[in-house]
Design a protein around this ligand. Structure first.
Ligand code: SF4
Length: 248
């Protein structure tokens, strides 16, 4: 089985379980230039060819005006892919610079701005869903960060409706192992366009939990799959949250 087939199988299984991709969906995929969003767009487009029903996919790249970042290779890749796409040229860089506090990271402001642009375009284009490129490692890192730093047992939903009810946000790759996406990037030679603001560096808490999981995984190779399985086998009666319905 090819790598593409292998990952698509995982996505199709997740999609079936959580109703992620449904007939007549019009799905916006924002492509940042990183491996995850390239992978998501490529894989959804491959999945589309194999589905027994119709869906539409529209790619969007937000060119954020960051100095030293040239999105040309990405735009050329989009053109060659044959996937319908739009480029939104918005200078979020200047807004981030103006609002960045000392010691603060650009990602929180930057991603909020970008989300606003993506939602506005998605609405204009009549999309009912917006797809995000989070994968298994993102989900588990979020789970650990919430556990360690926020005192919450919470990972990421595979699908949710935005607060204003405009879209469903979907995470088709939530069960896809990150190493598969790294291999796909290399196999498909996605022209990566790195972020110049933060150089794609994870924030230190996320990096810490990822390193911790990597270290445990050295002696427990199936760790992340076991953890992912745990997210599907929750027993609220053995936790202490009085607001959660208990199994009889
Ligand atoms: S990685 Fe770069 S582009 Fe992405 S949110 Fe952070 S600052 Fe913005």
């Amino acid at each position: 089985m090819s790598l593409t087939e292998k990952i698509i199988k995982t996505i199709a299984k997740t999609s079936g379980a959580y109703g992620i991709i449904e007939p007549d969906d019009k799905i916006m995929v924002a492509v940042s230039g990183g491996k995850d969003s390239y992978g998501l767009l490529y894989l959804l487009n491959e999945l589309k060819k194999r589905l027994p029903f119709n869906i539409e996919i529209i790619a969007l790249h937000v060119a954020q005006g960051q100095p030293g970042v040239d999105p040309t290779p990405l735009i050329e890749w989009l053109e060659q892919s044959g996937i319908p796409h739009e480029i939104a040229r918005e200078d979020t860089y200047s807004v981030v610079q103006r609002n960045l506090t000392e010691g603060g990271t650009p990602c929180a402001i930057c991603s909020r701005l970008r989300r606003g642009i993506i939602y506005t375009r998605a609405e204009k284009l009549g999309c009912n869903k917006v797809a995000l490129g989070h994968h298994r490692e993102d989900t588990l890192a979020t789970l650990m960060m919430n556990l360690f730093y926020s005192g919450k047992l919470q990972a990421m939903p595979p699908k949710y409706t935005t607060d204003d009810g405009r879209f469903e946000v979907i995470r088709p790759m939530i069960e896809v192992p990150e190493p598969d996406l790294i291999a796909l990037r290399d196999e498909q030679q996605f022209p990566i366009v790195p972020c110049a603001l933060c150089s794609g560096q994870e924030d230190h808490k996320r990096r810490y939990v990822n390193e911790l999981l990597d270290a445990v995984q050295d002696t427990h190779p199936t760790l992340r799959n076991v953890m992912l399985g745990a997210l599907k086998h929750v027993n609220p009666s053995h936790l202490l949250d009085l607001t959660v319905e208990r199994k009889k």
